[in-house]
Design a protein. Structure first.
Length: 204
């Protein structure tokens, strides 16, 4: 699966699943690359509601309307790249063990092999990058790398094994990061979304 995959949702998906897949895809894209001017314009038109996710969405829309692509590229570099390293290292291995390329990555690669999901050619980031994992979840929901959408049980298994143990924390760190402007509400949105997903899967 490409880290820059285009979201395609089968017509058979429920509206709720389409929304879930689109949010996973958006978060994955934002964690993988800084948003383009076109994406910023799109995010500026997002609508929210009075839920926690809705309020975070409204804040993200407001901030998106006030920043430029150049601003956000500098912010992204400070957060995730830096001179030696950025403020945030969004990898499961790092969050779970304190080191990169550790056992969580090896276990994830075994899972991805069974799903038929892989990094795109030329992508050097390890597969346990938060952005890639969000895109894998989007792919499970839509069936973009399988014969059809994954069952709720399959989605739950992947979420609980590879996302739930650490990704809320990385979104919390992004939310509070010194360099975060646009990415602060992205972190808030991601944190609340992981909570909602975890609660929903617990009910299954």
């Amino acid at each position: 699966m490409s880290q820059n995959a285009v979201m395609q949702c089968p017509k058979s998906l429920m509206d709720e699943d389409v929304s879930r897949a689109q949010l996973y895809q958006l978060l994955g894209q934002l964690l993988t690359d800084p948003p383009t001017a076109e994406l910023l314009d799109g995010m500026a038109s997002l609508q929210g509601d009075d839920t926690e996710i809705g309020r975070a969405t409204k804040t993200l829309a407001s901030v998106s309307s006030k920043v430029t692509a150049d601003d956000v590229e500098r912010e992204y570099n400070a957060l995730f790249i830096g001179l030696g390293r950025g403020e945030i290292l969004p990898y499961a291995s790092y969050y779970l063990t304190g080191f990169l390329n550790e056992k969580p990555l090896a276990i994830l690669r075994q899972t991805l092999a069974t799903l038929g999901a892989a990094r795109a050619e030329g992508v050097s980031e390890p597969e346990d990058h938060a952005g890639f994992l969000c895109q894998v979840m989007a792919g499970l929901i839509t069936g973009s790398f399988q014969s059809g959408p994954a069952s709720i049980a399959q989605q739950k298994a992947f979420f609980e094994a590879h996302i739930a143990p650490w990704m809320k924390l990385v979104f919390s760190d992004i939310e509070r990061a010194e360099s975060a402007v646009l990415y602060a509400p992205i972190g808030t949105l991601g944190r609340h979304f992981i909570d909602v997903e975890a609660d929903a899967f617990r009910m299954e």
